[in-house]
Design a protein around this ligand. Structure first.
Ligand code: GTP
Ligand code: MG
Length: 441
């Protein structure tokens, strides 16, 4: 076991009802027993039982709870103790100081989770999943982060790692004792490669939804001036975000407002109405609208049912037709000129807005985003792409290349997998993952 560390697991930014002070390491039990006293607490204390008592400092006596977790049945896999004290900043700092004076050193960022990783309590990918859980902003992001944190997302990779290691052992035997090995050890090794390639492919395919899960889908509202784009933005996000007026050319810059619908985060971009002419500023606005068309995941192409179709409207359609788009006919309450195939709405009264949202959810593949685990981490995506290359090379090599070459490809594939599970990862990568955690996690 390693040295004993201490940190406040809750936030010290402001006073709260309680604060939790976490202590992990060889001396955790003895240390807490030397400063925390409870008539109900035997020595050594029973694990997983909360004791009410007091923390006795030189100049203070704090009523608190203490709970103990015995290695390996703890978060870090070491002996862990927690003191739950009052939430004041002063009192919390006094308890932490006392713990330090009795032998613990301050924990570094993510050190508790790092110890859990080093003690085999979780894989590196699961630790990164925890990080995602902490940082997740939308329901789909949280769901996906749990899939990573619980190992669900990478269990196929862990299985691949096992099978490939076995497959590699068979190939090595074959290489060392060519006469004594039966030919049919090959199909098993080949099967391990195929299985792994399938798992890797599945996860890489899911990565196409990564941006939607992590950052949300960018939805640009596009159209000629005055069709009601800003009114629609306000209706979608249910706030008076954008200025609305009957003057054509009201919006001159791209405005972004986010909201969550059915667990998916949408970033709506209200844009300047696209038209020829206008002053210098409006021209810049129109350029920005065109860029928004390029970068958006889905376009809401807005038309005005109270006016006839114009040449400008048809030109905008040319910009959006090769993108994912929804054609919308707005001002249904003043409908005079229908547009074929348009979802009819009134941004002003709210009529039809739910249909737009339903179509949007379908276009961003909400069901796929929800039903399967999605690989969102750039580090994982890079390692898996690398792994895929080696697996393909190994499979291709089976029919012709010497066993040494196949073996070398399998080894490289395993190295890439190990980057994700953490079984083959450099200290620098481990450092960079855990430094993203806060102190106390
Ligand atoms: N009757 C009716 N009027 C609407 C509707 N939606 C928007 N309007 C009106 O249309 C006018 C223009 O609305 P905006 O939302 O500013 O239009 P815009 O497309 O953002 O215009 P620009 O920013 O100039 O490109 C305003 O007077 C709105 O009140 C609607 O559904 N029905
Ligand atoms: Mg506008």
């Amino acid at each position: 076991m390693s040295d004993t560390i201490v940190a406040v697991a809750t936030s010290l930014a402001s006073s709260s009802a309680i604060n939790i002070i976490k202590i992990s390491g060889e001396d955790a039990f003895a240390l807490v027993q030397s400063i925390f006293f409870s008539s109900k607490m035997p020595s050594p204390p029973l694990p997983n039982v909360m004791y009410l008592g007091r923390v006795q400092g030189e100049n203070f006596c704090e009523r608190a709870f203490a709970v103990f977790f015995r290695a390996p049945h703890s978060y870090t896999g070491e002996d862990v103790a927690e003191i739950h004290c009052h939430g004041g900043i002063g009192v919390t700092q006094a308890v932490v100081r006392l713990v330090r004076e009795n032998g613990a050193r301050p924990a570094q960022a993510g050190e508790f989770t790092r110890r859990a990783f080093l003690n085999g309590k979780l894989t590196l990918a699961e630790a990164e999943g925890l990080l995602d859980v902490i940082n997740a902003e939308s329901e789909s992001a949280i769901r996906n982060a749990y899939r990573l944190a619980d190992g669900e997302l990478t269990k196929g990779l862990v299985e691949s790692e096992k099978r490939l290691t076995e497959g590699m052992a068979m190939l090595e035997v074959k290489l060392d004792y060519p006469e004594e090995t039966e030919e049919d050890t090959f199909p098993q090794a080949k099967e391990a490669l195929r299985f792994s390639l399938q798992e890797v492919d599945k996860l890489l395919a899911s990565a196409s939804y990564a941006k939607t899960v992590r950052l949300g889908a960018d939805i640009a509202i596009i159209g000629v001036p005055n069709v009601g784009k800003s009114t629609l933005l306000n209706a979608l996000v249910q706030s008076d975000r954008a200025i609305v007026s009957d003057i054509a050319g009201t919006t001159r810059d791209v405005l972004c407002e986010s909201m969550e619908a059915d667990g998916i985060r949408f970033n709506f971009l209200d844009t300047a109405g696209i038209r020829e002419g206008g002053d210098v500023i409006e021209k810049i606005g129109v350029e920005r609208s065109k860029k928004a068309v390029e970068s958006a995941d889905v376009i809401l192409f807005l038309t005005d049912l109270s006016t006839p179709e114009t040449a400008e409207e048809r030109e905008i359609f040319e910009l959006v037709r090769n993108k994912k788009y929804i054609l919308i006919g707005n001002k249904l309450d003043k409908k005079e000129y229908p547009r074929t195939g348009a979802v009819q709405i009134s941004a002003k009264t709210g009529e039809g807005i739910h249909t737009v949202l339903e179509k949007l959810l379908a276009l961003v593949n909400r069901d796929a985003v929800y039903s399967q685990g999605i690989l969102t981490n750039e580090r994982h995506i890079a390692a898996l792409s690398e792994c895929k290359r080696h697996l393909q090379a190994a499979l291709a090599g089976f029919d012709g290349l010497p066993a040494e070459c196949v073996l070398s490809d399998v080894r490289s594939a395993l190295d890439s997998l190990g980057q994700i599970t953490g079984s083959n990862v450099s200290d620098a990568v481990v450092d960079s993952v855990f430094s993203q955690f806060c102190v106390g996690k």
